[in-house]
Design a protein around this ligand. Structure first.
Ligand code: SAH
Length: 245
């Protein structure tokens, strides 16, 4: 079974776009995943083919109509998860990406203008997804991001099967820093431990750097990681020992 993506958009010409090159592009040609687009405007019913209207209550911009979006969505709904790109959604995580990649695919709704009529989320089973705390001009880039993250996890897409496991976020931490030849560059050398061949020392160094970099750059992730450790039985035990001293 291949991962089937369907993207509902006003700009189908944006797809596959960057997903047509490199690993994702090769996987697309090898039919490890599929990508269809649906032009939302095809589901407009009035003679002007309008998909949007002015915001109720006033304000700038236009809002995508629930009736048109629902008709577009209903034309493709088949049990795959339906996600809508919106800054008001839950932030996308590696954990959710992995779940999606393990499933049959995704139907992704891309917003434009001021976004969607809220009633759409009440009337259909739709997961609102944000790709970060910033505002894009449309959901298409978000859909590309989400699909890229999923596709690289599909079987046979990445070269080394193991390279997905140790990465940033997979363990709740950022990945350790990487180095490659030349050994010396502009007077800087690769950390000696990485050249030692001592796998236990290398693993310990990587773990320590992963932890210190997460603490430094992503205190939010670090806090969650520490909380999770304290709540696990072994973590709770460690904390008790700490209190005895
Ligand atoms: N007025 C809206 C923003 C609309 S931006 C608000 O303030 O919440 C237009 C479209 O771009 C959105 O409908 C959505 O599909 C997409 N978009 C913008 N920022 C996004 C983000 N951080 N994550 C996912 N989609 C986003």
């Amino acid at each position: 079974m291949t991962f089937a993506a369907t993207v509902l958009t006003l700009y189908p010409e944006m797809f596959p776009g960057p997903l047509g090159v490199s690993l994702a592009g090769r996987a697309l040609r090898e039919e490890r995943w599929s990508l269809d687009t649906v032009q939302i405007r095809d589901f407009a019913t009035d003679k002007h083919r309008s998909v949007d209207d002015t915001p109720a209550g006033g304000g700038a911009g236009m809002v995508l109509r629930a009736d048109v979006l629902a008709a577009a969505l209903d034309s493709v709904t088949d049990g795959r998860p339906v996600l809508a790109m919106t800054p008001r959604g839950k932030a996308l995580t590696q954990e959710r990406v992995r779940q999606l990649a393990d499933g049959p695919g995704a139907i992704i709704l891309c917003g434009r203008f001021e976004g969607f009529d809220e009633r759409l989320f009440e009337a259909r089973d739709i997961e609102p997804v944000a790709i970060g705390d910033y505002v894009l001009s449309g959901g298409e880039m978000g859909a590309l991001v989400l699909l890229d993250a999923c596709v690289r996890l599909l079987p046979g897409v990445m070269g080394a099967a193991s390279s997905g496991i140790e990465e940033s976020f997979e363990s709740g931490l950022l990945e350790y820093p990487q180095y490659t030849r030349p050994y010396e560059w502009e007077g800087r050398v690769i950390p000696e431990v990485l050249r030692s061949g001592d796998h236990a020392r290398i693993a310990a160094w990587r773990k320590a750097r992963s932890e210190s970099d997460t603490r430094l750059w992503r205190p939010d992730l670090w806090e969650r990681h520490v909380d999770a450790r304290v709540q696990s039985p072994s973590g709770a035990h460690k904390q008790d020992e700490g209190q005895k001293k």
